[in-house]
Design a binder for this molecule. Sequence first.
Ligand SMILES: Cc1cc2nc3c(=O)[nH]c(=O)nc-3n(C[C@H](O)[C@H](O)[C@H](O)COP(=O)(O)OP(=O)(O)OC[C@H]3O[C@@H](n4cnc5c(N)ncnc54)[C@H](O)[C@@H]3O)c2cc1C
Length: 380
Amino acid sequence: MLITLDDRLHALRGATAEIAAELRTHALAVDADPSRMKPYLELEAFGLIRRATTPDRFGRGPLRLGGHVYDQRSCLERVVSTVELARGDAGMLLSCPGPALAGILLDELGDEEQQRRFHERLSDGRTWSFFAMTEPDRGNDASALETRLVRDGDDLYRLHGTKRYVGNGSRGGVGVVFARTGRGPLSIRAALVEPPAPGYRGESLDMVGLRGARLSEISLDGLPVEPHMLLGSHKSPARRGLWGAVRTFHHMRAQVAAMAVGTGLALHELVVAHRPGAPGAEEVLDRLEACRQLVYAAGAAVDRAPDSARLPSMAKLGATRQAVAVSAWAVRSLGAAALVEHPLLEKWRRDVCGLEFMEGTTNIQREHIAKSHLRARSTA
Ligand SMILES: Cc1cc2nc3c(=O)[nH]c(=O)nc-3n(C[C@H](O)[C@H](O)[C@H](O)COP(=O)(O)OP(=O)(O)OC[C@H]3O[C@@H](n4cnc5c(N)ncnc54)[C@H](O)[C@@H]3O)c2cc1C
């Protein structure tokens, strides 16, 4: 199904495309030293990203561009703007302080007070959030996570375990940590935590790609969690932990796919600027535009049916694979020396590999797609 953007979405695409240049200007500096963010916190692009991802009742009202008003929850709106912002630079986009992935989960699982607390903590524009799911020995398989949430008396829990590859884990001021209280999948819960806190230690990892995401390892050594900080307690037991995480993943897979399309378009632009008429340029652009359509379709599907994995996984699989192929084509077209001459080419070549791993690898997306086909067939 072809998604045609209406005037509202065109205006959003235009505004984010314009502002994306600001992200590219600082991309290499943040890649070189992702700990030095102070000079960039006031960027107009960061302000727009925060505004577009903070529910209007907790921020400065709804996002308005021209005569149009935007819904901060829509996945389609977010993918339309993410393609353009990532065309500026995906690493910079990920370095922006704000609700990010945790904000989507709070929207699914947080009660009103938890959401208010989370967004208030982020309201200074200088605080990062994090979403701690992945563990050293439990990457793609979230249902097998080992971090424990243990009761300590009537009014307290404690978190014990280690999380790894968590964006902003070392610098976050608020985030969610997934842990289990027992054996089964329903025992997995998400806790809201607010570092610095006793029993919490976050250390940055030295990453090759997407360094702006500031991936970290988090050690949890008895971190106290009060019951009111557990997300989803107002929902039925089946809708407290993993259910919210899976919905968040569908949303984020579409966003990562959008980042892959944006990075692919940036690479294409760079090649054409330095080698007009490069062989394959037209075909590469056609393929990226086809991926953009798939990503838009995934965004619309998440808005329509947030529990369905198929389109977000297809978009992530297709778009990240395409971005990796485009980065190889870019190096072939400009010659290996271009990796030294054009630092952004070298950077984006590294970044596309990170996109492949983020939110479940290619193999895992294949598994989701196969399962959803089999489910649909057995239902039919
Ligand atoms: C830029 C970036 C940002 C990230 N941000 C976050 C974050 O904010 N929070 C967070 O919790 N995590 C985050 N992650 C972690 C990410 O979700 C994991 O890297 C991802 O789930 C893969 O886990 P892993 O790296 O442990 O790989 P593993 O799961 O160990 O997989 C290793 C290899 O084995 C293959 N494999 C694994 N299982 C199967 C299977 N069943 N069938 C076939 N092949 C399989 C994989 O495809 C892969 O090639 C981030 C990662 C990146 C790169």
